[in-house]
Design a protein around this ligand. Structure first.
Ligand SMILES: O=C(O)CCC(=O)C(=O)O
Length: 319
């Protein structure tokens, strides 16, 4: 498989073409505004000290969503930043993935709306062709063909912190503002090798020794690693499995957008951009039903219908 390429001075046409290839790529040295010069723990503390944020707190650097080796705590933004950037003796690993403000969790993360004190520090480069009208009525129609932001997410992590391997339903650009990060990706076709539960992999720590002793299928996965330095951004296509490791105290931002052609299929209650498309979620429910029916049969027959169903799905769904 090809490696992840890095590009600079992209124009809109080049960006659109690369995005349409559905393969991750790095954009280096592009202008996302003065955040690249200004943002550090001290600056953000001075601007955001009054706000509070819900953060992940763990005694372990590798966060595992499936075993939940972390808890959520609401902390003062300034105190959170200080602990994150300048850990003291009893190391805790902290992680912010900003969310909306609705108490019932019904709104999406919008960094400019929720953190107006720093909104002007962040601008989207022209190549991304985002619609600047936040209330654009023409979204999803032929009248406005620009990309429309679904969400923009603050990502702040302690040094060494690893975010679990998962996939999202929407494309995104992850911008690295401060510190360095390792990003590891796997193509969607690696789903059978990553021990997926829901939208997350059971393999929490990709750096663990003898990973294949515990997860033998992992040897068949195609792992793509890359480094993001300050000012680099990476395009992470929808459905690509990915995990990140902060190599230093890290500040980043994601910009997620939806595919207009899938407008009818997105789950409207999905504020994270990670709920399966409605027809896929329906298909999973029917798989549950199929499992319930077939598990009544003796092994020889279960096996037979397993092969029959796989063959039929392969025949009818493979282009
Ligand atoms: O780097 C991070 O904090 C996580 C990024 C991520 O998971 C994403 O872009 O979906």
């Amino acid at each position: 498989m090809a490696q992840i390429q890095s590009y600079s001075n992209l124009d809109q046409g080049q960006f659109d073409k690369l995005v349409s290839q559905d393969f991750p790529f790095i954009i280096s040295d592009c202008n996302f505004g003065s955040c690249l010069q200004k943002w550090n723990a001290e600056y953000l503390s001075s601007k955001l000290n009054g706000s509070s944020v819900k953060v992940h707190v763990s005694e372990e650097p590798v966060l595992n969503f499936l075993t939940k080796n972390f808890r959520y705590e609401t902390q003062n933004f300034g105190e959170f930043l200080q602990k994150c950037a300048h850990p003291d003796g009893d190391q805790q690993y902290l992680y912010l993935r900003s969310i909306g403000v609705d108490k019932r969790g019904r709104d999406v993360a919008d960094i400019q709306k929720h953190f107006p004190q720093i909104a002007d520090d962040l601008v989207m480069p022209p190549f991304a062709n985002f619609c600047t009208d936040i209330d654009c009525e023409e979204e999803g129609t032929t009248k406005c063909t620009k990309r429309h932001l679904f969400s923009s997410v603050f990502r702040i992590s302690s040094k060494e912190l690893v975010v679990w391997t998962h996939y999202d339903m929407v494309d995104n650009i992850l911008l690295q503002v401060k510190g360095e990060k390792r990003v590891t990706l796997f193509p969607p076709s690696d789903a059978p090798f990553l021990y997926i539960r829901g939208d997350k992999s059971e393999i929490a720590d990709l750096d663990q020794e003898n990973i294949e002793a515990e997860y033998p299928l992992f040897s068949q996965a195609t792992r793509l690693d890359c480094h993001l330095g300050e000012g680099d951004a990476i395009f992470i296509p929808a459905l690509w499995f990915h995990t990140t490791k902060a190599l230093q105290f890290s500040i980043g931002v994601n910009f997620f957008w939806k595919d207009r052609q899938l407008a009818a299929f997105y789950n409207r209650t999905d504020v994270y951009g990670n709920k399966d498309l409605i027809p896929a979620a329906d298909a999973y429910s029917n798989v549950d039903k199929a499992l319930k029916h077939l598990s009544k049969l003796p092994p020889k027959y279960r096996q037979f219908y397993l092969h029959m169903i796989i063959a039929r799905l392969n025949k009818e769904l493979t282009e």
